[in-house]
Design a protein around this ligand. Structure first.
Ligand code: HEC
Ligand code: HEC
Length: 491
């Protein structure tokens, strides 16, 4: 072999090695965006749901996510009629004008750099809310509060419907991406055209069939903002057949502050798990992390922080102290047994037979799904074993209860003052999804006729939406109720 030829071969081999090395290192890049500050971590950090290339992962490639509202404004408009704002804001996602991120996104979405940069949802998407004093006024952010404006089903539907549209193709999406990212180079375009876009389309087709229950409107009414069907998607994933479709399980997002006082309590709305760790981890897996991608360290950080995250305080200048003093003994006589930390039954499940609230969410978590939940993580140190079905809903502490409206596990009672009235007198339907606060009735403004409601019309006659039960305190006098309500503001 001539020297020259040998040099060419060696050079070619070096080039090949270099390219293989580059591709390998690209494939191995795996960097979630990290935050030292715990609040930033909670709002924007990764829990491991931001991988996008395997079938069981829930992340969305960042640049696709970024341009979907530009490419499909009509779909977004159809899903969010009358909603303020632009883009994802219309679905109730919260954008913080004061926060600058390299990859702009709302609270509740994390960012990860792998071969494919992607976003995924984290705990904050469902557990950060806002409170507004005046229409058009500034919304105050409350960490750990239910995301009462977030239309999570709308978000899933938006992704699914977009993928089903003929405009979801490489040409259209790449053109839109180049508009917002002039650095989107040849290599990125090839990767998106031949790998990322076709894969995302097929993953969203799978999501559509997994979520086909949402089209079964008689059995699965729309969740509306601030709610999610916690376990039906799990059932579909466990391939539980018809059982997956039988019961509606739409539930309100709960508040997650002060977790340490809840240690050892039977929680989740129906008390289906005593283990704080399993509640936290199952939430991550439900939000799109897979058993292998779930980020245990990140969740540990959040867990430690929510142990002592304080509940927000009701504005002191809007509280009548003498009424509070009058309300305390009324609370102690009628409510403390089940709700105060010293109460004999706090943190225990109250049987549905005596409680009488809507049974749907309870029925949706039966022995079969409990057994399946306990197969998650098999062989891993965190393997689940504590899920079980119960016969009622849990007696939870009422800390920060003013910011947890609408009330009950299904969010069927708009104001705390309504909860103190017999079920028959509570509103049969109301407007839900506003963050404007009513400091008198204690809850978010829910009045007006259906035709005036720009958020979501909540109909308590639909499956799983019932307002019945929990009639404790309903036969107190009007004065006693006023005092009790005042006392509850201080909880
Ligand atoms: C898609 C929305 C969503 C996401 C994302 C989410 N949660 Fe939740 N979370 C819920 C809902 C709904 C419940 C109530 C479940 C039920 O009982 O039906 C809940 C319940 C909880 C509870 C129990 C509260 C109680 O008092 O019973 C904790 C703790 C919790 N979540 C923490 C987390 C953490 C930590 C994360 C992130 C790792 C997270 N959640 C992500 C919606 C969400
Ligand atoms: C026998 C036990 C028991 C008593 C007594 C009781 N509650 Fe409850 N409470 C519950 C249970 C269980 C739930 C959850 C029911 C559900 O979501 O379906 C609940 C839910 C609530 C909620 C809604 C919590 C949320 O996050 O939406 C409020 C508010 C509340 N109770 C206030 C009171 C007040 C005020 C009294 C006294 C007048 C009272 N409760 C008496 C058991 C009790």
């Amino acid at each position: 072999m001539s020297t020259r030829r040998r040099v060419v071969i060696v050079a070619a081999a070096a080039v090949v090695l270099f390219l293989v090395g580059a591709v390998l290192s690209l494939l191995q890049t795996d960097q979630p965006e990290r935050f030292v500050d715990i609040e930033m971590h909670f709002k924007y950090g990764s829990i491991g749901s931001d991988y996008s290339m395997a079938a069981d992962e829930g992340g969305v490639p960042y640049w696709i996510w970024r341009v979907l509202p530009d490419v499909f404004p009509d779909i977004l408009e159809r899903l969010t009629p009358g909603q303020p704002g632009t883009g994802y804001e219309r679905l109730g996602f919260i954008f913080e004008p004061t926060v600058t991120l390299d990859h702009p996104r709302p609270i509740g979405l994390s960012f990860r750099e792998t071969a494919i940069e992607a976003v995924g949802v984290n705990c904050a998407v469902c557990h950060v809310g806002t409170v507004r004093d005046t229409p058009g006024g500034r919304a105050q952010l409350v960490l750990g509060m239910p995301a009462l404006r977030l239309d999570f089903l709308g978000y899933e539907r938006f992704l699914i419907d977009a993928a089903d549209d003929s405009r979801f193709n490489a040409g259209t999406l790449i053109d839109a991406i180049k508009q917002v990212n002039p650095d989107f180079g040849f290599f990125d375009q090839m990767l998106y055209r031949f790998v990322v876009i076709p894969r995302m389309k097929s993953r969203l087709d799978t999501l559509r069939s997994d979520f086909s229950f949402i089209d079964d409107l008689d059995r699965h009414p729309p969740w509306g903002p601030g709610r999610v069907d916690t376990f039906t998607p799990y059932k579909v994933r466990f391939e539980m057949g018809d059982a997956a479709y039988e019961t509606a399980g739409q539930a309100d997002f709960p508040a997650i502050w002060n977790q340490s006082i809840r240690a050892g309590m039977e929680l989740h709305w129906d008390g289906n798990n005593l283990s704080l760790d399993e509640r936290n981890l199952s939430a991550s897996i439900g939000s799109g992390a897979s058993e292998s991608s779930v980020d245990l360290q990140s969740i540990e950080r959040i867990k430690r922080w929510i142990e002592s995250l304080p509940a927000p305080k009701f504005p002191a200048d809007r509280i009548d102290q003498s009424l509070v003093t009058a309300g305390e003994p009324i609370y102690n006589a009628n409510c403390a047994l089940c709700h105060s930390l010293e109460g004999a039954r706090v943190g225990q499940v109250e049987p549905i037979a005596t409680l009488g609230t809507d049974p749907s969410r309870l029925d949706s978590f039966d022995d079969a799904i409990a057994a399946n939940m306990n197969t998650l993580g098999e062989g891993r140190p965190w393997a689940f074993s504590n899920f079980r079905s119960t016969d009622g809903y849990a007696n939870a502490p009422l800390d920060g209860i003013w910011a947890r409206a609408p009330y009950l596990h299904n969010g069927s009672v708009p104001y705390l003052s309504d909860l103190l009235e017999p079920a028959a007198e509570r509103p049969a339907a109301f407007c839900r999804g506003s963050d404007l606060y009513d400091y008198q009735r204690v809850g978010f403004v829910a009045d007006g006729a259906e035709s005036e409601c720009t958020e979501f019309w909540f109909d308590t006659t639909l499956v799983g939406n019932g307002k019945e039960g929990h009639e404790y305190g309903t036969n107190l006098s009007a004065d006693q109720k006023r005092a009790l309500l005042e006392y509850l503001k201080t909880q």
